[in-house]
Design a protein around this ligand. Structure first.
Ligand code: GLU
Length: 396
Protein backbone atom coordinates (compact mmCIF):
# COMPACT_ATOMS: atom_id res chain seq x y z
CA UNK A 1 0.00 0.00 0.00
CA UNK A 2 1.36 3.41 -0.95
CA UNK A 3 0.64 7.02 -0.29
CA UNK A 4 -0.33 9.04 -3.34
CA UNK A 5 2.33 10.37 -5.68
CA UNK A 6 0.96 13.79 -4.81
CA UNK A 7 1.96 13.39 -1.16
CA UNK A 8 5.13 11.45 -1.84
CA UNK A 9 6.34 14.17 -4.19
CA UNK A 10 5.43 17.03 -1.88
CA UNK A 11 8.13 18.70 0.19
CA UNK A 12 7.55 18.73 3.93
CA UNK A 13 7.21 22.29 5.28
CA UNK A 14 10.81 23.15 6.26
CA UNK A 15 9.71 25.78 8.77
CA UNK A 16 7.44 23.37 10.60
CA UNK A 17 9.93 20.50 10.33
CA UNK A 18 12.65 22.58 11.98
CA UNK A 19 10.23 23.76 14.67
CA UNK A 20 9.34 20.12 15.36
CA UNK A 21 13.02 19.22 15.63
CA UNK A 22 13.61 22.07 18.08
CA UNK A 23 10.62 20.89 20.16
CA UNK A 24 12.03 17.36 20.18
CA UNK A 25 15.38 18.66 21.51
CA UNK A 26 13.54 20.70 24.15
CA UNK A 27 11.53 17.66 25.25
CA UNK A 28 14.86 15.92 25.93
CA UNK A 29 15.72 18.72 28.34
CA UNK A 30 18.08 20.49 25.89
CA UNK A 31 17.95 24.27 26.16
CA UNK A 32 17.17 25.12 22.54
CA UNK A 33 16.64 28.70 21.43
CA UNK A 34 14.12 28.53 18.65
CA UNK A 35 14.65 31.08 15.89
CA UNK A 36 13.19 28.82 13.24
CA UNK A 37 9.47 29.47 13.32
CA UNK A 38 8.21 32.85 12.18
CA UNK A 39 6.05 33.38 15.19
CA UNK A 40 5.68 36.46 17.41
CA UNK A 41 6.95 35.77 20.93
CA UNK A 42 4.25 38.12 22.27
CA UNK A 43 0.95 36.96 23.64
CA UNK A 44 -2.26 37.84 21.79
CA UNK A 45 -3.24 41.27 23.18
CA UNK A 46 -5.59 41.09 26.16
CA UNK A 47 -8.53 42.85 24.51
CA UNK A 48 -8.54 40.27 21.72
CA UNK A 49 -8.53 37.44 24.25
CA UNK A 50 -11.46 39.18 25.96
CA UNK A 51 -13.30 39.41 22.63
CA UNK A 52 -13.08 35.62 22.30
CA UNK A 53 -14.21 35.05 25.90
CA UNK A 54 -17.15 37.36 25.41
CA UNK A 55 -18.16 35.46 22.27
CA UNK A 56 -18.17 32.19 24.23
CA UNK A 57 -20.17 33.73 27.07
CA UNK A 58 -22.74 35.14 24.68
CA UNK A 59 -23.39 31.59 23.54
CA UNK A 60 -24.27 32.69 20.01
CA UNK A 61 -21.27 31.41 18.12
CA UNK A 62 -21.30 27.64 18.49
CA UNK A 63 -22.87 26.70 15.13
CA UNK A 64 -21.30 26.52 11.66
CA UNK A 65 -20.49 30.02 10.41
CA UNK A 66 -20.97 30.83 6.70
CA UNK A 67 -18.13 29.17 4.73
CA UNK A 68 -16.53 32.51 3.76
CA UNK A 69 -16.71 33.86 7.32
CA UNK A 70 -19.23 35.85 9.37
CA UNK A 71 -20.73 38.77 7.47
CA UNK A 72 -19.76 41.33 10.14
CA UNK A 73 -16.14 40.11 10.06
CA UNK A 74 -16.06 40.36 6.27
CA UNK A 75 -17.55 43.84 6.48
CA UNK A 76 -14.88 44.84 8.98
CA UNK A 77 -12.15 43.40 6.73
CA UNK A 78 -13.53 45.31 3.74
CA UNK A 79 -13.59 48.50 5.83
CA UNK A 80 -10.00 47.90 6.98
CA UNK A 81 -8.85 47.34 3.41
CA UNK A 82 -10.43 50.62 2.36
CA UNK A 83 -9.13 52.55 5.38
CA UNK A 84 -5.59 51.22 5.59
CA UNK A 85 -4.81 49.86 2.15
CA UNK A 86 -6.88 51.91 -0.27
CA UNK A 87 -8.40 48.70 -1.64
CA UNK A 88 -12.00 48.81 -2.74
CA UNK A 89 -13.39 45.59 -1.35
CA UNK A 90 -16.83 44.25 -0.40
CA UNK A 91 -17.79 41.28 1.76
CA UNK A 92 -18.45 39.27 -1.42
CA UNK A 93 -14.75 39.66 -2.30
CA UNK A 94 -13.56 38.23 1.00
CA UNK A 95 -13.01 34.65 2.12
CA UNK A 96 -11.83 34.03 5.67
CA UNK A 97 -9.79 30.86 6.09
CA UNK A 98 -7.84 28.75 8.51
CA UNK A 99 -4.74 30.91 8.32
CA UNK A 100 -3.26 32.68 5.30
CA UNK A 101 -1.76 29.33 4.33
CA UNK A 102 -5.21 27.93 3.60
CA UNK A 103 -6.05 31.16 1.79
CA UNK A 104 -3.11 30.60 -0.56
CA UNK A 105 -3.98 26.92 -1.00
CA UNK A 106 -7.56 27.88 -1.92
CA UNK A 107 -6.32 30.38 -4.50
CA UNK A 108 -3.97 27.87 -6.14
CA UNK A 109 -6.65 25.19 -6.35
CA UNK A 110 -9.23 27.69 -7.57
CA UNK A 111 -7.00 29.14 -10.30
CA UNK A 112 -4.63 26.54 -11.67
CA UNK A 113 -5.04 23.92 -14.34
CA UNK A 114 -2.31 21.32 -14.82
CA UNK A 115 0.74 22.95 -16.35
CA UNK A 116 -0.27 26.52 -15.59
CA UNK A 117 2.74 28.54 -14.50
CA UNK A 118 2.98 30.76 -11.46
CA UNK A 119 5.92 33.12 -11.33
CA UNK A 120 7.32 33.12 -7.82
CA UNK A 121 9.50 35.96 -6.58
CA UNK A 122 12.39 34.15 -4.94
CA UNK A 123 13.50 33.86 -2.14
CA UNK A 124 9.96 32.84 -1.34
CA UNK A 125 7.97 31.43 1.52
CA UNK A 126 8.31 27.63 1.60
CA UNK A 127 4.67 26.74 1.04
CA UNK A 128 4.19 28.71 -2.20
CA UNK A 129 5.96 26.18 -4.39
CA UNK A 130 4.49 23.18 -2.57
CA UNK A 131 0.94 24.51 -2.94
CA UNK A 132 1.40 25.41 -6.62
CA UNK A 133 2.66 21.91 -7.30
CA UNK A 134 -0.12 20.31 -5.26
CA UNK A 135 -2.56 22.14 -7.52
CA UNK A 136 -0.62 20.68 -10.50
CA UNK A 137 0.79 24.05 -11.48
CA UNK A 138 4.43 24.79 -12.24
CA UNK A 139 6.36 27.31 -10.16
CA UNK A 140 8.72 29.48 -12.21
CA UNK A 141 11.24 31.27 -10.02
CA UNK A 142 12.73 34.69 -10.58
CA UNK A 143 15.47 35.37 -8.11
CA UNK A 144 16.83 38.37 -6.27
CA UNK A 145 20.27 38.26 -4.64
CA UNK A 146 21.60 39.76 -1.42
CA UNK A 147 23.23 42.63 -3.38
CA UNK A 148 19.73 43.72 -4.45
CA UNK A 149 18.10 43.07 -1.06
CA UNK A 150 16.84 39.81 -2.56
CA UNK A 151 14.32 41.59 -4.77
CA UNK A 152 13.65 40.15 -8.21
CA UNK A 153 12.81 42.91 -10.67
CA UNK A 154 10.07 43.82 -13.11
CA UNK A 155 12.53 43.10 -15.95
CA UNK A 156 13.05 39.58 -14.67
CA UNK A 157 9.29 39.19 -14.42
CA UNK A 158 8.77 40.34 -18.01
CA UNK A 159 11.39 37.86 -19.22
CA UNK A 160 9.78 34.94 -17.34
CA UNK A 161 6.25 35.35 -18.72
CA UNK A 162 5.05 32.67 -21.15
CA UNK A 163 1.64 31.86 -22.65
CA UNK A 164 1.16 29.48 -19.67
CA UNK A 165 1.66 32.16 -17.00
CA UNK A 166 -1.49 32.34 -14.91
CA UNK A 167 -0.32 34.25 -11.85
CA UNK A 168 2.56 35.77 -9.95
CA UNK A 169 3.10 35.54 -6.20
CA UNK A 170 5.29 37.54 -3.84
CA UNK A 171 5.30 38.62 -0.21
CA UNK A 172 6.11 42.16 0.87
CA UNK A 173 7.34 42.55 3.56
CA UNK A 174 9.00 39.33 2.53
CA UNK A 175 9.27 36.04 4.32
CA UNK A 176 12.15 34.97 4.41
CA UNK A 177 14.22 38.05 3.55
CA UNK A 178 12.47 40.91 5.35
CA UNK A 179 12.62 43.01 2.17
CA UNK A 180 9.87 45.48 1.32
CA UNK A 181 9.01 46.43 -2.23
CA UNK A 182 8.86 50.19 -2.74
CA UNK A 183 5.90 51.82 -4.47
CA UNK A 184 8.03 52.29 -7.60
CA UNK A 185 9.03 48.64 -7.65
CA UNK A 186 5.42 47.49 -7.28
CA UNK A 187 4.29 49.93 -9.96
CA UNK A 188 6.91 48.50 -12.31
CA UNK A 189 5.64 44.98 -11.57
CA UNK A 190 2.04 46.11 -12.13
CA UNK A 191 3.06 47.69 -15.46
CA UNK A 192 4.32 44.32 -16.68
CA UNK A 193 1.09 42.40 -16.00
CA UNK A 194 -1.64 45.07 -16.15
CA UNK A 195 -2.64 44.32 -19.75
CA UNK A 196 -2.15 40.57 -19.55
CA UNK A 197 -4.39 37.75 -18.29
CA UNK A 198 -2.21 37.28 -15.24
CA UNK A 199 -3.35 37.44 -11.62
CA UNK A 200 -1.15 39.00 -8.93
CA UNK A 201 -1.20 37.20 -5.59
CA UNK A 202 0.11 39.71 -3.05
CA UNK A 203 0.91 38.19 0.32
CA UNK A 204 0.69 41.11 2.75
CA UNK A 205 0.60 39.17 6.01
CA UNK A 206 3.57 41.19 7.38
CA UNK A 207 2.10 44.58 6.43
CA UNK A 208 2.22 45.93 9.99
CA UNK A 209 5.84 44.90 10.53
CA UNK A 210 7.28 47.37 8.08
CA UNK A 211 10.07 49.75 9.08
CA UNK A 212 9.92 51.86 5.93
CA UNK A 213 6.65 53.46 7.02
CA UNK A 214 5.04 52.80 3.64
CA UNK A 215 3.08 49.65 2.94
CA UNK A 216 1.82 49.57 -0.62
CA UNK A 217 -0.91 47.15 -1.66
CA UNK A 218 -0.81 45.87 -5.22
CA UNK A 219 -4.63 45.99 -5.42
CA UNK A 220 -4.55 49.75 -4.73
CA UNK A 221 -2.51 50.51 -7.86
CA UNK A 222 -4.34 51.76 -10.97
CA UNK A 223 -6.02 48.98 -12.91
CA UNK A 224 -4.95 46.24 -10.49
CA UNK A 225 -8.03 45.75 -8.31
CA UNK A 226 -9.67 43.35 -10.76
CA UNK A 227 -6.60 41.18 -11.11
CA UNK A 228 -5.12 41.04 -7.63
CA UNK A 229 -5.68 38.64 -4.77
CA UNK A 230 -4.61 40.26 -1.52
CA UNK A 231 -3.66 37.70 1.12
CA UNK A 232 -3.56 38.77 4.74
CA UNK A 233 -4.33 37.51 8.22
CA UNK A 234 -4.03 38.11 11.93
CA UNK A 235 -1.13 35.87 12.94
CA UNK A 236 1.79 38.25 12.59
CA UNK A 237 0.42 41.74 13.25
CA UNK A 238 -1.76 40.70 16.20
CA UNK A 239 0.33 37.81 17.58
CA UNK A 240 -2.46 35.35 16.78
CA UNK A 241 -0.61 32.48 15.10
CA UNK A 242 -2.54 29.75 16.93
CA UNK A 243 -5.96 31.24 16.25
CA UNK A 244 -5.58 30.52 12.55
CA UNK A 245 -7.38 33.38 10.85
CA UNK A 246 -6.31 34.42 7.37
CA UNK A 247 -8.25 35.94 4.51
CA UNK A 248 -8.20 36.98 0.90
CA UNK A 249 -9.75 39.91 -0.84
CA UNK A 250 -10.14 38.99 -4.50
CA UNK A 251 -12.20 39.61 -7.62
CA UNK A 252 -15.57 37.95 -6.96
CA UNK A 253 -15.04 35.08 -9.41
CA UNK A 254 -11.86 34.06 -7.59
CA UNK A 255 -13.45 34.53 -4.14
CA UNK A 256 -16.35 32.33 -5.30
CA UNK A 257 -13.88 29.65 -6.42
CA UNK A 258 -12.11 29.77 -3.06
CA UNK A 259 -15.42 29.60 -1.24
CA UNK A 260 -16.37 26.51 -3.24
CA UNK A 261 -13.01 24.89 -2.51
CA UNK A 262 -13.16 25.67 1.20
CA UNK A 263 -16.76 24.43 1.39
CA UNK A 264 -15.56 20.95 0.48
CA UNK A 265 -12.35 20.90 2.50
CA UNK A 266 -12.84 22.60 5.87
CA UNK A 267 -15.96 24.82 5.79
CA UNK A 268 -15.57 28.06 7.71
CA UNK A 269 -12.78 28.53 10.18
CA UNK A 270 -13.34 28.44 13.92
CA UNK A 271 -16.25 30.65 15.03
CA UNK A 272 -14.61 31.95 18.21
CA UNK A 273 -11.34 32.72 16.39
CA UNK A 274 -13.37 34.80 13.93
CA UNK A 275 -14.89 36.78 16.81
CA UNK A 276 -11.40 37.38 18.19
CA UNK A 277 -10.31 38.57 14.75
CA UNK A 278 -13.25 40.97 14.63
CA UNK A 279 -12.16 42.42 17.97
CA UNK A 280 -8.63 42.85 16.60
CA UNK A 281 -9.91 44.74 13.56
CA UNK A 282 -12.30 47.00 15.41
CA UNK A 283 -9.86 48.08 18.15
CA UNK A 284 -6.95 50.46 17.87
CA UNK A 285 -3.59 49.29 16.60
CA UNK A 286 -1.68 50.32 19.75
CA UNK A 287 -0.45 46.82 20.70
CA UNK A 288 0.46 46.07 17.06
CA UNK A 289 2.56 49.24 16.90
CA UNK A 290 4.25 48.39 20.23
CA UNK A 291 5.21 44.96 18.92
CA UNK A 292 6.55 46.44 15.70
CA UNK A 293 8.64 48.87 17.73
CA UNK A 294 10.12 45.95 19.66
CA UNK A 295 10.97 44.11 16.40
CA UNK A 296 12.58 47.27 15.11
CA UNK A 297 14.86 47.45 18.14
CA UNK A 298 15.71 43.77 17.89
CA UNK A 299 16.55 44.13 14.22
CA UNK A 300 19.29 46.64 15.13
CA UNK A 301 20.61 44.33 17.83
CA UNK A 302 20.72 41.24 15.61
CA UNK A 303 22.26 43.19 12.74
CA UNK A 304 25.17 44.31 14.94
CA UNK A 305 25.66 40.82 16.34
CA UNK A 306 25.55 39.21 12.87
CA UNK A 307 28.04 41.73 11.50
CA UNK A 308 30.37 40.63 14.25
CA UNK A 309 30.44 36.99 13.07
CA UNK A 310 33.23 36.38 10.54
CA UNK A 311 32.10 34.89 7.22
CA UNK A 312 28.43 35.79 7.66
CA UNK A 313 27.15 38.25 5.06
CA UNK A 314 23.94 40.10 5.76
CA UNK A 315 21.89 42.99 4.43
CA UNK A 316 19.58 45.18 6.48
CA UNK A 317 15.98 43.95 6.14
CA UNK A 318 13.25 46.59 6.19
CA UNK A 319 10.28 44.54 7.39
CA UNK A 320 8.91 41.27 8.83
CA UNK A 321 11.12 39.74 11.54
CA UNK A 322 13.73 37.81 9.60
CA UNK A 323 17.36 38.03 8.63
CA UNK A 324 18.48 35.92 5.68
CA UNK A 325 22.27 35.96 5.86
CA UNK A 326 24.58 34.29 3.36
CA UNK A 327 26.62 31.67 5.21
CA UNK A 328 28.25 30.02 2.20
CA UNK A 329 31.76 30.88 3.46
CA UNK A 330 31.33 27.98 5.85
CA UNK A 331 30.52 25.40 3.17
CA UNK A 332 33.34 22.90 2.80
CA UNK A 333 34.55 23.44 6.37
CA UNK A 334 34.63 20.63 8.88
CA UNK A 335 33.48 19.86 12.39
CA UNK A 336 35.66 16.94 13.50
CA UNK A 337 35.35 14.71 10.46
CA UNK A 338 31.98 15.95 9.31
CA UNK A 339 31.97 18.27 6.31
CA UNK A 340 29.42 21.09 6.19
CA UNK A 341 28.34 20.87 2.58
CA UNK A 342 25.42 23.25 2.50
CA UNK A 343 22.94 25.32 4.50
CA UNK A 344 21.02 22.18 5.58
CA UNK A 345 24.19 20.77 7.14
CA UNK A 346 24.99 24.12 8.74
CA UNK A 347 21.53 24.41 10.32
CA UNK A 348 21.83 20.90 11.70
CA UNK A 349 25.31 21.65 13.02
CA UNK A 350 24.10 24.86 14.69
CA UNK A 351 21.16 23.00 16.23
CA UNK A 352 23.36 20.22 17.58
CA UNK A 353 26.36 22.31 18.60
CA UNK A 354 24.81 25.66 19.61
CA UNK A 355 21.27 24.48 20.37
CA UNK A 356 19.81 27.22 18.21
CA UNK A 357 17.27 26.34 15.53
CA UNK A 358 17.29 28.19 12.19
CA UNK A 359 15.82 27.24 8.80
CA UNK A 360 17.91 26.38 5.76
CA UNK A 361 17.71 28.88 2.90
CA UNK A 362 17.38 26.00 0.47
CA UNK A 363 13.71 25.68 1.39
CA UNK A 364 13.19 29.34 0.47
CA UNK A 365 15.07 29.19 -2.81
CA UNK A 366 18.55 30.35 -1.79
CA UNK A 367 20.86 27.53 -0.73
CA UNK A 368 23.60 29.95 0.38
CA UNK A 369 21.48 31.42 3.16
CA UNK A 370 19.78 30.58 6.43
CA UNK A 371 16.67 32.22 7.86
CA UNK A 372 16.83 33.67 11.36
CA UNK A 373 13.57 34.75 12.98
CA UNK A 374 14.19 37.50 15.52
CA UNK A 375 10.72 37.28 17.03
CA UNK A 376 12.36 36.29 20.31
CA UNK A 377 13.38 38.13 23.47
CA UNK A 378 16.47 40.34 23.54
CA UNK A 379 18.11 37.94 26.05
CA UNK A 380 17.43 34.94 23.82
CA UNK A 381 18.71 36.76 20.75
CA UNK A 382 21.95 37.80 22.46
CA UNK A 383 22.52 34.30 23.77
CA UNK A 384 21.65 32.69 20.41
CA UNK A 385 24.00 34.94 18.43
CA UNK A 386 26.81 34.31 20.86
CA UNK A 387 26.29 30.54 20.64
CA UNK A 388 26.16 30.65 16.83
CA UNK A 389 29.37 32.69 16.70
CA UNK A 390 31.14 30.28 18.97
CA UNK A 391 29.91 27.18 17.06
CA UNK A 392 30.96 28.67 13.71
CA UNK A 393 34.40 29.53 15.07
CA UNK A 394 34.97 25.81 15.70
CA UNK A 395 34.63 24.95 12.01
CA UNK A 396 37.85 24.68 10.11
N1 GLU B 1 4.87 31.57 8.28
C1 GLU B 1 5.65 31.12 9.40
C2 GLU B 1 7.05 30.80 8.99
O1 GLU B 1 7.42 31.00 7.87
C3 GLU B 1 4.93 30.01 10.10
C4 GLU B 1 5.30 28.62 9.75
C5 GLU B 1 4.67 28.13 8.53
O2 GLU B 1 3.45 27.96 8.52
O3 GLU B 1 5.42 27.89 7.61
O4 GLU B 1 7.81 30.37 9.82
Amino acid sequence: MNLSDRINNMEESATLAMAAKAREFKSQGIDVISLSLGEPDFKTPKHIQEGAKKAIDEGKYFAYPPVAGYMDLREAIAAKLKRENNIDSKPENIVVSNGAKQSIANVMFALLNPGDEVIVFSPFWVSYSALIQLAEGTPVFIKGGIENDFKATAEQLAAAITPRTKAIIYSSPCNPTGSVFTREELEAIADVIRDKDIIAIADEIYEHINFTGDHVSMASLPGMLDKTVTVNGFAKGFAMTGWRVGYISAPKWIADGCNKMQGQVTSANCSIAQRAALTALTSDLGPTKEMTKAYHERRALVYDLLKDIPGVKTNMPTGAFYFFPDVSEYFGKKSDDKVINNADDLCLYILEEAHVSLVTGDAFGDPNCVRISYAASVEELKEAMSRIKSALSKLS
